[in-house]
Ligand binder design. Structure first.
Ligand code: ADP
Ligand code: MG
Length: 488
């Protein structure tokens, strides 16, 4: 079974297309809700079959109900999902994703994003009350192979990391906790306006960059402290048109080449995932672009994915629409097994592990631990396993370069922490030392005072004895004097 749901959407003709070809001409002839015939510029006909076709009159809510609603339910059950819009510039990707505006009031015009946040919080409200959910939002833009944080423009070159426990993640990306749909829309709107600021600064257009909206839904069970995560990525890709059509030169040409490179990297990943010709070594070139690295879990990985092919119905754009539809046909053949992150789906033990190797056993232990411990602790353990040679890097299923990067970074951080801790210990010891010295001086001082006091008291008693003998002598003298007076 293919786990990539592929749908095609044809937007209404725009005014230019109407001017060029009149009101009715269209390249498509509908057969039913899944099949249609496409006539290219040379009047050649091709039959296409997708999971669903949304014709010009289709509603935004139709797209949401078919494409996004099931994925949201999965995400709440800790099965990650990805929704991608693909097509040439002006084909309706952003309209499908956001609607005419992200803060659109008219319900029928609302795009996938506002519906997704509403649907997500609806699902969480209805879910098990013994589970505590945390929803976080991140927004990034990929332009010229650089990942920019749209919720913090100072982070303009985020690194993509991969590890077994967290899967693919953006290191240091801003994650905003959101508690309801209205709050989410405010942050989404800020991120989108940041995109415009960046565009003006870089003299670019949104059609030349990819934009990813990432929702992380973390659930903690009150009963057994399990921590499960479902990630939902909505990806509005850059325009897929061929370079020649853009008539680009200079910097724009470079941009167009980079976009084409990343989108063809996406095509190559899809080809590799669908190529099951015998004797082929199954290398999937995920690392060839940022977009394919981010989509690693979505394409052929443990994630549910939906691809919306956005097309113009006009003969003026027939070649681009045909190329979009062919891209979708290939994607339809990707086979992958979506599975719950942190063992959300229970698979019979025997079926999962016929005869576990050492690596598999370690991995299983890590997966089990991730249900009971904090993700950071499990990550640390995993790195310790690698460093100690208990588990091999290949077993992590991640690219070794990235794993080494992770381990090196973690080691440096750990060493820095150790140095800081040592500095604290030294400071503390110095303080104690000073205190002890002071105490010693005080004791010595007290000793000194005691001796003086003893000496003084000796003098005092001596003096007192002197005075008393003197007084005794005076008394004796007076007594003698008195007696001699009496004798007289
Ligand atoms: N299904 C649709 N219904 C009405 N207008 C649409 C539809 N799809 C696209 N449009 C309009 O077509 C234009 C280009 O769409 P847009 O989503 O910006 O294209 P893209 O993001 O693919 O470059 C916009 O003005 C948009 O409002
Ligand atoms: Mg767009």
């Amino acid at each position: 079974m293919s786990s990539v749901t592929v749908c095609a959407r044809f937007r209404p003709l725009n005014s230019k297309e109407r001017r060029d070809h009149g009101d009715s001409p269209s390249c498509i002839q509908s057969v039913d809700s899944e099949n249609f015939i496409f006539k290219d510029g040379k009047e050649e006909e091709s039959m296409f079959c997708f999971d669903r076709v949304f014709y010009q009159e289709s509603l935004q809510s139709d797209v949401y109900d078919f494409l996004a609603r099931p994925i949201i339910q999965d995400v709440v059950n800790a099965i990650s999902g990805t929704i991608i819009t693909y097509g040439q510039t002006g084909a309706g990707k952003t309209y499908s994703m956001e609607g005419p505006s992200i803060l659109e009031n008219k319900d029928q015009n609302k795009g996938l994003l506002p519906r997704v946040v509403e649907g997500l919080f609806e699902c969480l409200k209805l879910d098990d009350e013994t589970i505590k959910y945390t929803v976080k939002l991140s927004m990034v833009e990929i332009y010229m192979e650089k990942v920019r944080d749209l919720l913090d423009l100072s982070k303009d070159n985020l690194q993509i990391k991969e590890c077994k426990v967290l899967g693919v993640f953006l290191s240091g990306v801003t994650e905003i906790s959101i508690t309801d749909a209205a709050e989410a829309l405010v942050h989404l709107s800020n991120g989108i306006s940041n995109r415009t600021v960046g565009e003006t600064q870089m003299n670019m257009e949104s059609s030349r960059s990819h934009c990813a909206y990432i929702f992380t839904v973390q659930q903690e069970s009150v009963r057994d402290t399990r921590l499960k995560t479902g990630k939902l990525i909505l990806l509005d890709l850059a325009g897929s048109e061929k370079i020649e059509k853009t008539g680009a030169e200079g910097k724009i040409l470079e941009e167009a080449k980079t976009i084409n490179k990343s989108l063809s990297a996406l095509g190559n990943v899809i080809n590799a995932l669908t190529d099951d010709s015998p004797g082929r070594v199954n290398h999937i070139p995920y690392r060839d672009s940022k977009i394919t690295r981010i989509l690693r879990d979505a394409l052929g990985g443990p994630s549910r994915t939906a691809l919306l092919l956005c097309c113009s119905p006009s003969p003026s754009n027939a070649a681009e629409s045909l190329s979009t539809l062919r891209f979708g046909t290939r994607a339809k053949h990707i086979k992958s097994t979506p599975r719950g992150n942190r063992s959300a789906e229970k698979v019979p033990r025997k079926q999962l592990f016929p005869s576990p190797t050492k690596d598999e056993s370690c991995q299983r232990i890590l997966d089990k631990l991730s249900e009971k411990m904090k993700i950071e602790d499990v990550k640390l353990l995993e790195e310790l396993f690698i460093m100690e040679g208990i588990i091999s890097i290949q077993a992590l299923g991640a690219d070794s370069e990235s794993v080494y990067e992770d381990v090196t970074l973690k080691t440096i951080t750990t060493l820095q922490q150790a140095v800081e801790e040592q500095a604290c210990v030294i400071k503390k010891l110095k303080r104690e030392n000073r205190y002890l010295k002071a105490k010693l001086l005080l004791i010595q001082g007290l000793n000194f005072d005691q001796k003086t006091a003893e000496r003084h008291s000796q003098y005092f008693w001596k003096d007192l004895r002197g005075i008393s003998s003197f007084l005794r002598r005076i008394l004796e003298f007076m007594r003698l004097k008195k007696m001699s007076k009496l004798a007289d």
